[in-house]
Design a protein around this ligand. Sequence first.
Ligand code: PLP
Length: 386
Amino acid sequence: MYSNHTSSIITNAQDVRIVDFRSDTVSLPTASMRRAIYEATVGDDVYGEDPTVKELEIRSAKMFGKEAALFVPTGTMANLLAVMVHCSRRGSEAIVGDKAHVFLYEQGGAAQIAGVLLNTIQNLPDGTFCLNQLKNKFRGLDVHEPHTSLVLVENTHNMCGGKVLPLQWLEDLAKICKENSAKIHMDGARVFNAAEFLNVPISRVVRDVDSVCYCLSKGLACPVGSVLIGTEDFIKDAHRLRKALGGGMRQVGFLAAAGLCALDEIVPMLKDDHVRTRQIAESIHKLNSSLISVDLDNLHTNILLVQILNNKIKSCDLSERLAEVKMKELDDGLVDSSGRGISVKISARDWAFARIVVYTNVTDDEVNLAIRKIAYVVEEYQQNLK
Ligand SMILES: Cc1ncc(COP(=O)(O)O)c(C=O)c1O
């Protein structure tokens, strides 16, 4: 056991170096992004007069191999617009994985705002779902039933640990949806990470879906924004509905400029985030601990799920302990090059899992500090649990 002195917690912010792995949404704009924002040519985008927004939309559509695109403030709005357009027929339902962000974390906007029923299908650990099960979910023409107008997929899959949907699965899914006159929307908040993992152009990843959105404000480090992409007709309808949702913005080219910069500079560097995520995963694996483990074989991108193996410890306990800095850690030399203690922030998902997310601002130095802190805390738990 520690003495009172050594177990006391360092609270002075200056004495603590924070390594923040809670989410890639905490990523910060880079210097060149800030310059691009400052220098952007802008106009009133509701009047269709912002050239920088137009450039981002045209470039996005082209990159994704689709006809048109629309800049929107958030991923949540992009997904809601997709549901609203694809399910515009009253009495529609959308089928969605039970671990999808749209189902779990968007306040049921599909029901709340669009009047669309979300019908869940069980997500498999790889982010897919069983296509045979899906076939049985489509409704017929029975007057008792809603129309199944849409299937939603997520790529990469956040709650499944950044998993990339297999291209063959998407192709098979598209065939089934076509046979059943349903559209596919891909929540591609992190779809560039999928392209990086698969080593194919982004247009190939989204080839088989009718619409897709990607987020600028996650791993791409922009302050705000998502882009919704699909056919001309789809985007025309989404553009109209965006205004109704309060998403018509004025001189928003300042944000689109950051997006263009991200496509040039951040997308090509996503592989570094994947390498750093793997370094952390490997270091945890090497601990060979009875407390936590990672699934190295199924690590795809920048999201690492850490499983808590001991039921006496909850993931919120682990995340709290990693974030705090005890005096004893300083005495034990667990400090950065400026002598500061190390606070590692991760997010507790449920009792058994915590999530680590790597993004462009995370440096090799921070990865090494985090690895040391994790090893220290695991050892401390193991001593205390003896
Ligand atoms: C997979 C996924 N989709 C959509 C969203 C929603 O994005 P936003 O926070 O921009 O509304 C998130 C946010 O974390 C996400 O992880």
